[in-house]
Design a protein around this ligand. Structure first.
Ligand code: HEC
Length: 259
C-alpha cells in the first residue's frame, strides 16, 4: 500500500515541478520591479516567497526522486537529479538569506537557484521530450517530395525486395524497444526508431558494431540473464523470442545494413 502511494506521488512529479518554477518566477518579477521602482521588496514578502519556494521545491524533488526510482535510468536522469538537488539546496540557502535579511546571501542564491532551475529543467525536458526537442524547429527537414511517376514505377516498387531491416528488425525494435528508446523516451540516451538514431548510439557509445555481434552492446544486453540489471528488455517488459534475438544477431553479423 505504502509502495503504491509512493509510486503515485512519484507520478505527480510532472505536475509538482512547475510550482517552484512559478514561485521563482514571481520572486524574480518582484525583484525586477524593485529595481525598476528603486524600492526593494519587503523582507517579509521575500521570506514568504522563499518559504513557499523551499516547500514546493522539496515536494517536486521528492516526487522526482521517487519517479526516477520507478523505472527511469541513464545519464540524463542522473544529471537532472543532481542539478535538481542543487536547486533545492540553493532554495534553502536563499531562504536562509531572506530569513537573516542578508542581501548578499539572498541575492547570490537567487542567481544560483535560477541557473540550476534552468539547467535541471532543460535536462528534465530532454528526458521526456527527447534530446532534440527544443532545437528541432530549426533543423526540421522538408518532407520528402512525392514522386509523380506513373503506375509503372509503382509496379516495380511492389516487386522490389524489401530490406531485412524494414521487414524483420525494425518491427522487433518498434514492438519491444521503442517504448523506452524512441521519440518519447531515450533511456540510456539511446533512440532506436530511425537508422540515424540507431547509428548515433546511446550514452555509453554505439549500440552495435556492424559485422561483430560479440562486441555489440545490444547483443551483450539481449543475452544477459533475465535478472541482470543491464538486461534488455528489462525483466518486467515483454521479452524477445529466441528467433527474434537470433534475427538481430544475424542482421548485425551481416553488417547491420539498412538497405
Ligand atoms: C522498459 C524500458 C526499456 C525497454 C523496453 C528497453 N530498454 Fe534498453 N534501456 C533501458 C534503460 C533504462 C537503459 C539505461 C540503463 C542501463 O544502462 O541499463 C537502457 C539502455 C540500453 C542500451 C545501452 C545504451 C547506452 O549507450 O547506454 C541498449 C543498447 C539498449 N538499452 C537496448 C535495448 C533493446 C535492443 C531493447 C529492445 C529489445 C531495449 N533496450 C528495450 C530501458 C529499456
Amino acid at each position: 500500500m505504502l509502495e503504491t502511494l509512493l509510486a503515485f506521488f512519484g507520478r505527480t512529479h510532472p505536475l509538482l515541478l512547475h510550482v517552484p518554477i512559478g514561485v521563482l518566477a514571481a520572486m524574480l518579477t518582484l525583484e525586477a520591479l524593485g529595481v525598476w521602482r528603486r524600492k526593494a521588496p519587503e523582507w517579509g514578502t521575500r521570506r514568504d516567497l522563499a518559504g513557499l519556494l523551499v516547500l514546493s521545491a522539496a515536494g517536486a524533488g521528492v516526487s522526482g526522486w521517487l519517479l526516477a526510482e520507478e523505472d527511469y535510468g541513464g545519464s540524463t536522469v542522473t544529471l537532472h537529479r543532481w542539478l535538481a538537488v542543487g536547486f533545492v539546496v540553493g532554495c534553502l540557502m536563499l531562504a536562509v538569506g531572506a530569513w537573516r535579511r542578508s542581501v548578499r546571501i539572498y541575492g547570490a542564491f537567487v542567481v544560483v537557484a535560477t541557473g540550476l532551475c534552468a539547467a535541471a529543467g532543460h535536462f528534465g525536458g530532454t528526458i521526456t521530450h527527447g534530446r532534440d526537442f527544443l532545437t528541432e524547429p530549426f533543423f526540421k527537414k522538408p518532407p520528402p517530395a512525392r514522386s509523380n511517376r506513373g503506375a509503372d514505377s509503382d509496379q516495380t516498387a511492389l516487386v522490389e525486395p524489401v530490406s531485412i531491416y524494414t521487414s524483420v528488425i525494425e518491427p522487433i525494435f518498434a514492438d519491444k524497444c521503442v517504448s523506452c528508446h524512441g521519440p518519447d523516451k531515450q533511456k540510456g540516451g539511446l533512440a532506436m526508431h530511425t537508422p540515424e538514431d540507431l547509428l548515433f548510439g546511446g550514452d555509453t557509445g554505439p549500440a552495435f558494431v556492424a559485422g561483430d555481434p560479440d562486441h555489440s552492446e545490444m547483443v551483450w544486453r539481449l543475452r544477459l540473464p533475465l535478472e541482470d540489471e543491464y538486461r534488455m528488455p528489462p525483466k518486467e517488459k515483454p521479452q524477445l523470442t529466441d528467433a527474434e534475438v537470433a534475427a538481430i544477431i544475424k542482421w548485425i553479423a551481416d553488417g547491420a545494413s539498412f538497405d
